[in-house]
Design a protein around this ligand. Structure first.
Ligand code: SF4
Ligand code: SF4
Length: 167
């Protein structure tokens, strides 16, 4: 099997797992949006009505609890979705100049089982997550970052520490 086939294989398996899951990570998701991300999403045609500020800027949810950008069971802004959506199932908090990276438990995100058994899948998704998290942290105003770091992230394990780009 070539490397390309292997890549395709785990990506297809990941897509299948996410389809079966039905986007659990988009329920009550409220991804945080940096000022730069806000400007970018608006410039790409996203409505100003989908955002709310609760000490930091984030996407709203619909009445049924799904993220406001979820349409017909899919992310309607998949290609331009916010950093924390790209980073999943990794998440983060910040201690001083250090970003702590966490991985969700398989119980709440079934694709974690695949990441733990396919090193290439883990490495690829971890790298994407670390880049997106570091960029988001660098672009968030300090008070908004503090608010976001107060959000409890149960059922996660710390897997790494990375330096802040803005430290
Ligand atoms: S990333 Fe995890 S929680 Fe989200 S849809 Fe895929 S399996 Fe479900
Ligand atoms: S922006 Fe898309 S991927 Fe992110 S929580 Fe909303 S629907 Fe899910």
């Amino acid at each position: 099997m070539t490397d390309d086939c292997m890549t395709e294989d785990w990506l297809l398996r990941a897509e299948e797992i996410c389809m079966q899951c039905g986007g659990h990570c988009c329920d009550e998701a409220h991804p945080p949006i940096s000022p730069e991300g806000h400007k970018r999403l608006l410039s790409l045609g996203v409505s100003p009505d989908v955002f709310e500020s609760v000490g930091y800027l984030r996407l709203k949810v619909q009445e049924d609890g799904h993220c406001i950008m979820m349409k017909d069971g899919r992310c309607s802004i998949h290609r331009i979705k916010p950093e924390t959506c790209r980073a999943g199932p990794f998440t983060f908090d910040v201690t001083g100049d250090q970003i702590n990276v966490y991985l969700k438990h398989e119980r709440i995100c079934p694709v974690v089982g695949l990441l733990k058994t396919v090193p290439e899948a883990y490495r690829t998704q971890y790298d994407l997550a670390a880049q997106n998290i570091a960029r988001l942290v660098a672009h968030l105003p300090p008070d908004e970052l503090c608010e976001i770091c107060r959000i409890d992230e149960p059922e996660t394990d710390k897997v790494d520490e990375i330096p802040r780009l803005d430290a």
